[in-house]
Write a protein that binds this ligand. Sequence first.
Ligand SMILES: [Zn+2]
Length: 291
Amino acid sequence: MSIVNAKEIMVEAAKGKYAIGAFNITNLAQFEAVIDAAVEKRAPVIVQTSVKPSKFYGRDVMVAVFRALAEAAPVPVCLHLDHCTDIEYCKLCADAGYTNIMIDASKQPYDENIRQTKEVVEYCHSVGDISVEGELGTVSGVEDQVKVAEDEAALANPTQAVEFVEKTGLDIFAPAIGTAHGVYKTKNPKVDFERLDQINKLMNGKTIKTPLVVHGGTGLPDDYVKRLLECGGAKFNVSTELKHTLIDTAFNYVTAKREEYDPGKIDAAVRDAIRGVVGRWIDMLGSAGKA
Ligand SMILES: [Zn+2]
């Protein structure tokens, strides 16, 4: 039914205090599973590809699959390019039909991050109804999670975050608050809830201007997710959990049925398992029934 950008569904989510699940996929079975789960739950949803799978299949193929599946689905669906550090590739994906682009210039000095982010925002807004996500601070891998979380300078400074969003014209914003990519090594990862809350109040206190993104969803304890929702998280990125589910499911299937040689059955097992993971996230984020 509806192809949407990320901002429009996130503004509604932020108003309603729920969040949109944003799921990284690497193949067609996962792509279908994410949309199936969203349809089943009647939830708006974001499908994400990082740069690698986007280049592996080709951006035009990704967009063709997205359009075919989204047009047939009775829920809003967005296709998002995740963590792209290359301005030119951001533009190519915008041209191809991605509806949300993340320019990740967070490793650059602050002024350069502004310059690159602004360039992508201006381009995306000029070619279509495409929203743009940017990042400030360091969203680490889990190896460095605690170190980064304890380093004030590596996290997004709230006053600077407001300035960053104003100067770039960003649509949605990912502040580093200590969450990390991968599987957390501790049951109690160090996450700066207060910081997200403060940024949200400064940015979205009166009206929702720039909804906030939480990276590193995989493995966050349920009560953390709940607190992050209360602090303004309106999009949660979940990647590692889908990758592990794909590989573990395929491995277990092949191990159990070593002589079968029916690839369609492996794909079906993967699709069912991913659908379960995505459905659980949609319930946890409160977006079920919102489409
Ligand atoms: Zn991320």
